[in-house]
Design a binder for this molecule. Structure first.
Ligand SMILES: Cc1cc2nc3c(=O)[nH]c(=O)nc-3n(C[C@H](O)[C@H](O)[C@H](O)COP(=O)(O)O)c2cc1C
Length: 268
């Protein structure tokens, strides 16, 4: 099969998934790369044309060893036939557990044939300078591995007669899936002395949980803890203050310091 175009479809609140998908696409070297960023509410409501006879890379972060519910909801609008898919998850150097299996199975449900899959590492959403967890990842080494993965996907597809002959991929994970994010009624807060009411926090929120007027208001029930508002705040005013989050972040910082490496499946 010849791949002229590749579609990247992703949910990526803090941008690490998007970065890795871009590098995989570079490695594949397709003439046309189309991006469908489903992260923001307006992105989620865009129409994805039905996929047919093409290659799609599906990307999402790992939340509690699973896919974020918001990502699943957004991916479900995809309709595909005779389409090869590469499921890719990004995790914050703890574990990816059942998430990649979940994304592979979702891709099949949507009508795709998974041809390869990968789990890459991204800076943890909760990481701070004081409590670093996989800071700066994906780094140059990770992105080189993502490109290499893309080149291997290209080589594999070139000798594949059709998506129909692609056999089922063996991906680690449990089924029924376990884990998932624990319910916690918490969200980041804005420190009034530092906040300049610029609205960045509202503009990067995937669930429209934040509104900025004369002060910043956050609907805690809508917050998915993605931390996009914290990472993008230009003045450092947006922070996590909830004690439960401090406990989690401390644990991750202490227990997930040893560097993990990307893992790829289906490409030898
Ligand atoms: C609510 C939540 C739960 C998370 N759970 C995990 C996890 O189970 N394992 C892990 O290694 N990283 C976990 N992370 C970290 C993200 O998977 C990681 O930072 C990823 O790179 C974020 O992707 P993005 O930059 O595309 O948003 C979690 C992050 C959030 C916000």
């Amino acid at each position: 099969m010849d791949i002229k175009r590749v579609k990247l479809i992703y949910f990526s609140p803090t941008g690490t998934t998007q970065k890795v998908l871009d590098s995989i696409a570079q490695g594949i070297g397709a003439q046309v790369v189309e991006r469908f960023n489903l992260t923001l509410p307006e992105g989620a409501s865009q129409t994805i044309p039905p996929l047919s006879d093409e290659l799609v890379i599906l990307g999402a972060p790992v939340y509690g060893g699973r896919l974020p519910a918001e990502a699943i909801k957004r991916f479900r609008q995809i309709k595909a036939e005779n389409t090869l898919a590469v499921p890719v998850v990004l995790y914050g150097n703890r574990e990816f557990e059942d998430s990649l299996l979940e994304l592979k199975n979702l891709a099949i449900e949507l009508g795709c044939k998974p041809v390869a899959a990968g789990a890459f590492i991204g800076e943890h959403s909760f990481a701070t300078e004081a409590l670093p967890i996989a800071m700066g990842r994906p780094d140059d080494d990770d992105l080189a591995k993502a490109q290499e993965f893309g080149a291997k996907i290209k080589n594999k597809i070139e000798v594949l007669e059709s998506p129909a002959v692609q056999e089922d991929l063996d991906i680690p994970g449990r089924f029924p899936y376990e884990g998932g994010v624990a319910a916690m009624a918490v969200s980041p807060v804005s420190k009034e002395d530092l906040c300049i009411l610029c609205g960045t926090c509202a503009s990067v929120c995937p669930t429209a949980a934040v509104t900025v007027d004369e002060s910043v208001a956050t609907e805690v029930e809508l917050c998915i803890r993605c931390s996009a508002c914290v990472k993008n705040c230009p003045t450092g005013a947006r922070v996590w203050e909830a004690p439960a989050m401090a406990k989690v972040t401390n644990w991750l910082h202490e227990n997930c310091a040893a560097r993990k490496e990307p893992q790829v499946f289906g490409v030898g």
